[in-house]
Design a protein around this ligand. Structure first.
Ligand SMILES: [Zn+2]
Length: 244
């Protein structure tokens, strides 16, 4: 079920994980652990429940991701809204709520100030990265009291595989010079990791990279590889309430 997992007990109360394709209920190309949209896969909700039980949170919060730079604050009021908000990032001070970003090649970025108890989770694809979703997330976290922010960056397509038209690579280079790259077969590409790394550094966040390439690793969902039939993996961050 997990490509990587940080248990809260060994991380000052903050847990984080990235999922793979194993351990779910969905059949076919999206299987088995598809954590994508409920209107695409009727079993996605059941898969989410399996994940929720494994990481022992009361609730997993998801977004209607649209490749924007919009950040929403998850609090008691927002949890009463049953529809996923249209956004690509969320931040919270709540405990026992898992913030889940769903991807298949885009970059899932999990963030925390463990001392302050402030969490963030962002979906950084090419468009979101270019419009500043990572920096916006860190800004909102600081407004909630975060100071020393660490990040875990999960599985995504690598610069060696993410081929794009020449014009698109040039456009990316305008906002993220280090992210214009070349594929292994020497055509223009985007290195999302390089762009996100620059954004995290600019925002003063310390990053840990957990990034097998989704396109190359069959155990991970990849939209580039599997097309419309691709499932979604999730990056989830949560915090346990202090004891006593
Ligand atoms: Zn790759």
């Amino acid at each position: 079920m997990f490509t990587h997992r940080n248990d809260p007990e060994s991380n000052q109360g903050v847990g984080g994980c990235f999922t793979d394709r194993e351990g779910g209920l969905t059949l076919g190309s999206m299987g088995s652990l598809n954590l994508g949209r409920d209107d695409v896969d009727p079993l996605a909700g059941d898969n989410r429940a399996l994940l929720r039980d494994r990481i022992a949170v009361e609730r997993i919060v998801t977004l209607r991701q649209v490749h924007s730079n919009r950040v929403v604050i998850v609090d008691a009021a927002s949890l009463t809204n049953l529809d996923d908000p249209e956004a690509d990032s969320m931040v919270t001070r709540m405990s026992d709520v898992g913030l889940a970003i769903r991807v298949a090649d885009c970059v899932p970025v999990l963030l925390a100030d463990q001392q302050a108890g402030v969490l963030g989770a962002a979906h950084a694809g090419r468009a979101g990265m270019q419009s500043g979703v990572v920096g916006n997330t860190v800004d909102r976290m600081r407004e909630l009291g975060a100071d020393r922010i660490i990040a875990w960056v999960g599985p995504h397509i690598c610069g060696g595989c993410y081929e794009v038209p020449e014009q698109m690579a040039a456009d990316v280079a305008r906002t993220h010079p280090g992210a214009a790259s070349r594929t292994r077969w020497h055509t223009p590409s985007v290195d999302l990791a390089a762009g996100v790394a620059a954004d995290l550094q600019d925002a003063g966040a310390t990053a840990t990279w957990l990034n097998p390439c989704t396109f190359e690793v069959a155990a991970l969902h990849s939209h580039r590889r599997d097309g419309a039939g691709a499932g979604r993996l999730a990056g989830v961050i949560w915090r346990v309430s202090p004891r006593g």
